[in-house]
Design a protein around this ligand. Structure first.
Ligand code: UDP
Length: 238
C-alpha cells in the first residue's frame, strides 16, 4: 500500500497480441474496452501498465527469418511504443489522466523512463504506461513488467492473457486434459516448465518475492476485477 495515498499499487501487463485482436496493428474496439476497464479502477488503485508488442514485431521471429537479433528486438520495442500511444489515447477518451514513459528516448512522443516521476504520476491518479520494454534486446515485456513492478514498489504484477484464463498444468491449447491451477509457486511453475509467462520474469519475481496474478481478459470486466484485487486466474508466489 502506498504510504502517501493509502492505495494499492499494481503493475498491469498487457500483451501486444491482445491489442491487435489476433491481427497485425491496433484494434480500436479491443483497446477501447481495455481502456474503459482501467479507467473504471483508477480512482481506487494506482496503476502502471507495461504493454507488449507482439501485434507488430517479435524480435525472435524476425531473427529466425534472417534479421540481426538486436535490430529486430529494437523493432519489437518500437512496436510497444505504438501500443502505448494507442492505449493512452483510449484511456484519455475514457476520462483517465495518463503519461507514457519510454525506455528509449523519444522526447516528442513520451517522457523518458524516470521511476520516481512515474510514482508521483500514480499518486496524482494518473495511469503510467511504460513503452519500449526495458530498452534492451533479448528481453521480453513480461520480464520488464516484473522489473518495473519491483522498481516502482508495486504490490503485484497482473498479467492479462487472451485465450487462457490462468496457469494450467499443461498448455490447454495442446493438451485437452490440462486443468487450471489456482495457486502455484514460481519454483514449481519453473520446474514443471509452465510457460504462460516467460521464465526470466518468473525468476525475477521469485528472487524478489513479488506476487503475480495471471488471468484472462475475458469476460469483459476481468481487467477491472484484477486491478481491484479480486482473486481471479492464478496467483503465483515465491
Ligand atoms: N523487446 C525487447 N526488449 C524488451 C522488451 C521487448 O527486445 O525489453 C522486443 C522483443 O523483440 C519482443 C518485442 O519487443 O519480441 C515485443 O515484446 P513482447 O514479445 O514481449 O510482446 P508481447 O508478447 O507481450 O505482445
Amino acid at each position: 500500500i502506498n504510504e502517501n495515498t493509502g492505495r494499492r499499487r499494481v503493475l498491469l501487463k498487457l500483451s501486444g497480441e491482445a491489442f491487435g485482436g489476433g491481427q497485425l496493428g491496433v484494434n480500436p474496439d479491443v483497446v477501447g474496452q481495455i481502456a474503459r476497464e482501467i479507467a473504471e479502477a483508477v480512482d481506487r488503485v494506482e496503476i502502471a501498465v507495461v504493454v507488449g508488442g507482439g501485434n507488430f514485431f517479435r524480435g525472435a521471429e524476425l531473427s529466425q527469418r534472417g534479421m540481426d537479433r538486436g535490430r529486430a528486438d529494437y523493432m519489437g520495442m518500437l512496436g510497444t511504443v505504438m501500443n502505448a500511444l494507442a492505449l493512452q489515447d483510449f484511456l484519455e477518451q475514457a476520462g483517465a489522466a495518463t503519461r507514457v514513459q519510454s525506455a528509449i528516448s523519444m522526447t516528442q512522443v513520451a517522457e523518458p523512463y524516470i521511476p520516481r516521476r512515474a510514482e508521483r504520476h500514480m499518486e496524482k491518479g494518473r495511469v503510467v504506461i511504460f513503452g519500449a520494454g526495458a530498452g534492451l534486446p533479448y528481453f521480453s515485456t513480461d520480464t520488464v513488467a516484473a522489473q518495473r513492478a519491483l522498481e516502482i514498489d508495486a504490490q503485484e504484477v497482473l498479467v492479462a492473457k487472451n485465450g487462457v484464463d490462468g496457469v494450467y498444468t499443461a498448455d490447454p491449447k495442446k493438451d485437452a486434459s490440462a486443468t487450471k491451477i489456482d495457486r502455484i509457486t514460481y519454483l514449481d511453475a519453473l520446474q514443471r516448465g509452465l510457460k504462460v509467462v516467460d521464465s526470466t520474469a518468473f525468476s525475477l519475481c521469485m528472487d524478489n518475492r513479488m506476487d503475480m496474478r495471471v488471468f484472462g481478459m475475458e469476460p469483459a470486466g476481468n481487467v477491472t476485477r484484477a486491478l481491484l484485487g479480486e482473486s481471479i486466474g492464478t496467483l503465483v508466489t515465491a
